[in-house]
Design a protein around this ligand. Structure first.
Ligand code: PMP
Length: 461
């Protein structure tokens, strides 16, 4: 019997043949986890195959920055496929969309970051960044500088190296990761982790000192780079506290440790600035971009290289020949065309400014709706990135037993009311990252539904 014979229900085929990422396979196969088949998207809404229309308050996986159903991206993709569907970019081969995209990304970022390497996912951008870092130090005669420091709670991808950099145990334990070169320090979570009476600034200085202590303990001549998200994303949506980046960058410079800013989520307007690095005055040596680069219309990622690092890469190839690293689909012309059309929309519609302005209203509405509720510990965010964290008691602070899954319950209640938010199990909260096209009315609608959902769960406790 062929797999398809006698079956006309996609949900059955889904359970039998589709190996889903991040999924409890046994629950899914057994039917305890629903097969959610999404069939349409327009604006900030998605529709499932049963016709339920939902607000996507998380823009897919915080990537659909321009919203769903943009025909202009589809047309750009179609035109590029007709002209040139694919050609590789090894050995100096090139294509027009990727050339234009590179100059454009460099122009948007500024800060002397002028060279762009392409991949297909945020994970592979960080694989590339790790190799560039190693190559850089080797060419400068410091091959022992190999250790990479990232932060607990952080997310940098799911590959062997990017998954090692990710600071969440679930990505490590059953795979024998992290790789031995990778170390983790605390990420800043002021509300949860600061000492009683400690100011934001003092907390930031303490974390920077912990980073410096680790570098000194390992030996600065063995530490190559620090990888960090300007705003910790899937680890809880944690905007950086005052003074954090200033203090951390001083430490890195003192010990010749490169800074890789993972802007896979924060890039292209999500925080209300074009890049999180602009928001916090971060001067990275390398950057990882994906998600908002194409708003998820087609897969494309970028590693952006600063001039300082670039000079060393050029010197390296003068000494050793080609930089031997790349993917078949690096700088895929159709993906680059989708990215260009996406950036056209972001620029023309002023979506970075909208993320700042409508974002500010959204943050205020969330504060007004949630901050006074006894089940709410903290409401935090920046731009169109926000989280509400739940607690069993506010004073003295007592967290819910994670097994009760309060964030997941609120997420499920919101879904039943027509709103997708993200359950944030690491912090027992819910996360929001709607498309950057959000209007004031849509912002208020999202907050209203989320509050109803949280109140329904609270009433059941
Ligand atoms: N870095 C960050 C900050 C991310 O949030 C993600 C994805 N959520 C990645 C890297 C990895 O991206 P991808 O899933 O496209 O590999």
């Amino acid at each position: 019997m062929t797999p398809l014979e006698g079956i006309n229900d996609d949900a059955v085929l889904d359970r039998r043949h589709f190996f889903h990422p991040g999924t409890d396979l046994a629950q899914f196969a057994g039917g305890d986890l629903p097969s959610r088949i999404i069939t349409g998207g327009k604006g900030i809404h998605v529709t499932d195959r049963d016709g339920h229309r939902m607000i996507d308050g998380f823009a897919g996986l915080w990537c659909v920055n321009v919203g769903y159903g943009r025909t202009e991206i589809a047309e750009a993709v179609r035109a590029q496929m007709d002209r040139l569907s694919y050609y590789h970019s090894y050995s100096g081969n090139s294509n027009e969309p990727a050339i234009h995209l590179s100059a454009r990304i460099a122009g948007m970022i500024g800060m002397d970051m002028n060279h762009v390497f392409y991949g297909l996912s945020g994970s592979d951008a960080n694989e590339t960044n790790a190799k560039v870092v190693w190559y850089y130090h080797r060419i400068l005669g410091k091959p022992a500088k190999r250790k990479l420091i990232a932060r607990h709670r952080s997310y940098h991808g799911s590959g062997v190296m990017s998954g090692s950099l990710t600071g969440q145990p679930g990505f490590h334990d059953l795979f024998g990761l992290p790789l031995p070169e990778v170390l983790h320090v605390a990420s800043p979570h002021y509300w949860r982790d600061a000492l009683p009476g400690e100011s934001e600034r003092d907390y930031s200085l303490r974390l920077a000192k912990e980073l410096e202590d680790l570098i000194l303990q390992e030996g600065p001549d063995t530490v190559a780079a620090f990888f960090a998200e300007p705003v910790v994303g899937s680890g809880g949506i944690l905007p950086s506290p005052e003074g954090y980046w200033e203090a951390v960058q001083k430490v890195l410079r003192r010990h010749d440790v490169l800074l890789v800013a993972d802007e896979v989520v924060t890039g292209f307007g999500r925080t209300g600035a074009a890049f999180g690095s602009h928001l916090y005055d971060i001067r990275p040596d390398l950057m990882a971009l994906a998600k908002g680069l194409s708003s998820g219309y087609l897969p494309i990622s970028a590693s952006v290289v600063s001039d300082r690092v670039w000079q060393v890469l050029e010197e390296g190839t003068r000494q050793n020949g080609p930089f031997i690293h790349g993917w078949t689909y690096s700088a895929h012309p159709v993906c680059a065309a989708a990215a260009n059309a996406n950036l056209d929309i972001i620029e023309r519609e002023g979506l970075v400014a909208n993320a700042r302005d409508t974002g500010a209203h959204f943050q205020n509405c969330l504060q007004d709706a949630f901050a006074g509720h006894p089940m709410v510990g903290e409401v935090r965010g920046v731009g169109l990135l926000a989280a509400v964290e739940f607690v069993e008691d506010r004073s003295p602070r007592r967290f819910f037993d994670p097994a009760r899954g309060i964030g997941a319950k609120v997420t499920e209640a919101a879904r039943r009311k027509g709103l997708i938010v993200r359950s944030m199990p690491k912090s027992d909260g819910i996360g929001f990252a709607p498309p950057l096209t959000l209007t004031i009315a849509e912002a208020e609608e999202i907050v209203g539904i989320a509050l109803d959902a949280a109140l329904a769960v609270a009433a059941d406790l």
